[in-house]
Design a protein around this ligand. Structure first.
Ligand SMILES: [Fe+2]
Ligand SMILES: [Fe+2]
Length: 384
């Protein structure tokens, strides 16, 4: 099913922006097969955006541009997309028996705004290796945040009246009102850099784990499919509201434990997303309901509940790895390799060598075999 080509130039010469490689999964390992399918879907969505290298590649930029946006390559990715979405994303859609979206919002707002803590941050609050786990959180989140709001931009183009203009005003906030330094993705880059991480879009794709790809691909399925306009609005309703609290917890966590880190990304969201939630409800959902009636309510709720499910899965994945690393007994948190190593699951890691998991660190292959069955890692060569 792999539609993309392996790299045609040596990896070192390939700028992250144009790196479209996929792993090759052992067909007998369903965890890896699923993971590589998600990677292919990630590539299909990424191919819709303009991404350029940070600096001019030695052979010039045009050869990479030609290859990355080659029409045949784009067509292959577009061709496999519906099948991958049917297999990987549609089963995640929660049923939406309810259509009363205003009643749903009345319950959702106090629920999300009353959240008292973030389970992942709580799990690492007093952890001696909190820096390694937080580094992994930043790397996993970089899948989407380094191009933040590019997905939702695709839901704004077109023509659908006043609610469209409200969505556009949210979008230009996300893009810093046309000022690069205030663009949310640029603020996120500053946070990555303050942890010594690489801030190039797509740089860390080999370290993205299952929940990260599910979250990325669910969001991009929503917004890269115009049919999903009402589910997109549900995503915004949930995400803007949940983000008010989660970003506040991150800003406070960084102030407590990493006071030198650049936390502007989180502080900005804790403030501006209060407005974004109100805009989604008052300027998008309310007029849409007036115009189209209650039948759209079920789809808005469905989009919000899909968002809840993939956010939760991603948080639980991060938190689960804290416990799995604690239990490993031989964890090494001090070094991460950006790339290299064969993709493995606990079922296929074997008994020798060390396995790197996300950007946390490494554990021995035998310890990795006891990790949750759907974890992926990279088996590093001896001495690597
Ligand atoms: Fe944002
Ligand atoms: Fe926002």
């Amino acid at each position: 099913m792999i539609a993309d080509d392996p790299v045609r130039m040596p990896p070192a010469a390939l700028p992250a922006a144009f790196d479209s490689r996929l792993d090759v999964a052992d067909p007998g390992d369903p965890v890896l097969v699923d993971h590589v399918k998600h990677q292919a879907l990630l590539r299909a969505y990424q191919a819709r955006y303009v991404v350029l290298p940070e600096t001019a590649p030695s052979g010039g930029v045009l050869a990479g541009l030609d290859r990355h946006y080659d029409e045949e390559r784009l067509q292959r990715l577009a061709l496999i997309r519906p099948e991958l979405e049917a297999q990987l994303i549609l089963p995640l859609l929660p049923p939406a028996p309810e259509t009363d979206v205003l009643g749903y919002i009345e319950r959702l707002l106090p629920e999300l705004q009353g959240v008292k803590s973030d389970p992942f941050l709580t799990a690492i609050e007093d952890h001696p290796r909190r820096a390694a786990h937080y580094r992994n959180f930043l790397v996993q989140s970089s899948a989407d945040l380094l191009a933040e709001a590019s997905a939702s931009a695709l839901g704004v183009i077109g023509e659908f009246g006043a609610p469209q203009s409200a969505l556009f005003r949210i979008l230009i906030d996300e893009f810093g009102y046309g000022t690069a330094d205030r663009k949310h993705s640029v603020l996120y880059r500053a946070t990555l850099c303050s942890f010594g991480l690489d801030d190039a879009y797509n740089h860390y794709w080999p370290l993205f784990d299952g929940p990260t790809l599910v979250l990325h691909n669910a969001i991009h399925w929503l917004f890269q499919t115009p049919r999903n306009i009402f589910r997109q609005i549900g995503f915004l309703l949930f995400a803007e509201t949940a983000y008010q609290r989660s970003t506040l917890f991150h800003a406070r966590f960084l102030a407590r434990h990493f006071p030198d880190a650049d936390a502007r990304y989180f502080a900005e969201h804790a403030h501006i997303d209060l407005h974004h939630t109100r805009m989604v409800i008052d300027e998008v959902i309310a007029p849409m309901l007036q115009r189209f009636g209650p039948e759209i309510g079920a789809e808005i709720i469905q989009g919000a509940e899909l968002t809840r499910a993939v956010f939760r899965q991603s948080g639980e994945g991060l938190t689960g790895l804290v416990g799995a690393f604690d239990a490993a007994g031989d964890a090494d948190y001090d070094r991460i390799a950006d790339s290299g190593g064969r993709l493995v699951s606990p079922a296929s890691a074997g008994a020798t060598g060390r396995v790197q998991v996300g950007a946390i660190g490494t554990v021995g292959a035998l310890a990795f075999a006891r990790f949750p069955a759907n974890t992926v890692g990279r088996l590093l060569e001896a001495g690597a």
